[in-house]
Design a protein around this ligand. Structure first.
Ligand SMILES: NC(=O)c1ccc[n+]([C@@H]2O[C@H](COP(=O)([O-])OP(=O)(O)OC[C@H]3O[C@@H](n4cnc5c(N)ncnc54)[C@H](OP(=O)(O)O)[C@@H]3O)[C@@H](O)[C@H]2O)c1
Length: 289
């Protein structure tokens, strides 16, 4: 059985995906802007991920912009029947690579059209609306208007399911009164645990929580506790960080990002790592530290 298959399954929309997936953001150029140094290597990473059982890929057309989706299409189109590609909208890139809000009806509609074209799809399986009141962390503010636009696009058949990203519990509750929300994607990892209660609440309702920056993102996780636990288990710190997330809650779906085949292999193999109770207890100290 492949590593992703060993990670277990969870329902995402009306599909079931392996809990270990892949995040494609790292495939664009430095700063997620422009083309990668080695496009062939990016294609190879995507093909290796899918060949080894990954059936959930996270992306956005504002990675590059357009670059990551075009590489996904080149590498994987026509897509395997079981592959679920999740994208996100509501941001655009400035000429200097800045991440800017793009919340108007015209911008959201254009973003869906751009994702469809660049991915080569007739319908987007899941589109996350990413709140941009603050680009870096969730801030309260109404998502009603952009969600209404996304719901219209869903009724037109361009979007199958709607998710949320960079959101607060209030925004999730408000959104769920407007439409079905099939996943929530927020910043969360071993050292950054603001969403502990949110994860448990979503688990009770059977909604997947998809942590972005599972390995720390642009500042990969560094902790002496993490390194000690990893050394004791004969694993790498990144493998322990992923294994911890898999064990943290059954509704967590992983999308670690990498542009490296070696890191991809390492991350996939994290599924086989069993974290004993003592390791789980020690790792609680990472967030506290
Ligand atoms: N919704 C949102 O707002 C949002 C925001 C950020 C990201 N995302 C999504 O979440 C996904 C995951 O986040 P992310 O890619 O930014 O961060 P991440 O998965 O936490 O970490 C990626 C970083 O870790 C490195 N890395 C990966 N595997 C490694 C390993 N085994 N050993 C050492 N270093 C390793 C990568 O470098 P190498 O390329 O050298 O391996 C890269 O620098 C993204 O790909 C994207 O799809 C969503």
């Amino acid at each position: 059985m492949s590593y992703p298959a060993q990670s277990g399954q969870f329902t995402l929309g009306h599909r079931s995906v392996h809990r270990l997936g892949y995040g494609a953001m790292q495939l664009a150029g430095p700063g997620v802007f422009g083309p990668p140094k080695d496009r062939a290597a990016a294609v190879a990473v995507l093909r290796a991920a899918v060949a080894q059982g990954v059936n959930h890929i996270d992306t956005s057309d504002f990675y590059g912009p357009h670059v990551t989706n075009q590489i996904i299409r080149e590498a994987l189109h026509p897509y395997a029947e079981d592959l679920v590609i999740v994208t996100k909208i509501s941001a655009r890139r400035g000429p200097d690579g800045a991440w800017l809000p793009a919340f108007s009806r015209a911008e959201l509609t254009q973003a869906v059209e751009d994702n469809l074209r660049n991915l080569g799809l007739d319908v987007l399986e899941v589109v996350n609306l990413r709140a941009m009141f603050n680009a870096h962390h969730p801030v309260e503010g109404s998502l009603e208007a952009p969600l209404a636009v996304l719901a219209d696009l869903q009724r037109q058949g361009k979007v199958r399911h709607i998710g949320l990203s960079n959101v607060t519990p209030t925004q999730i509750a408000d959104a769920r009164r407007m439409c079905d929300i099939v996943c929530v994607q927020n910043y969360y990892n071993l050292a950054h645990r603001d969403d502990d209660a949110m994860i448990d609440g979503l688990a009770r309702d059977g909604i997947p929580y998809v942590p972005f920056f599972p390995l720390g993102g642009f500042s990969p996780l560094q902790s002496s506790i993490l390194s000690e636990v990893a050394a004791a288990l004969g694993a790498t710190p990144m493998q322990v960080a992923l294994a911890w997330l898999l064990r943290r809650a059954a509704n967590i779906l992983l999308i670690p990002g990498t542009s490296s085949l070696a890191h991809l292999q390492e991350n996939l193999a994290a599924v086989a790592l069993v974290l004993p109770y003592t390791a789980m207890a020690a790792l609680e100290g990472v967030a506290a530290g």
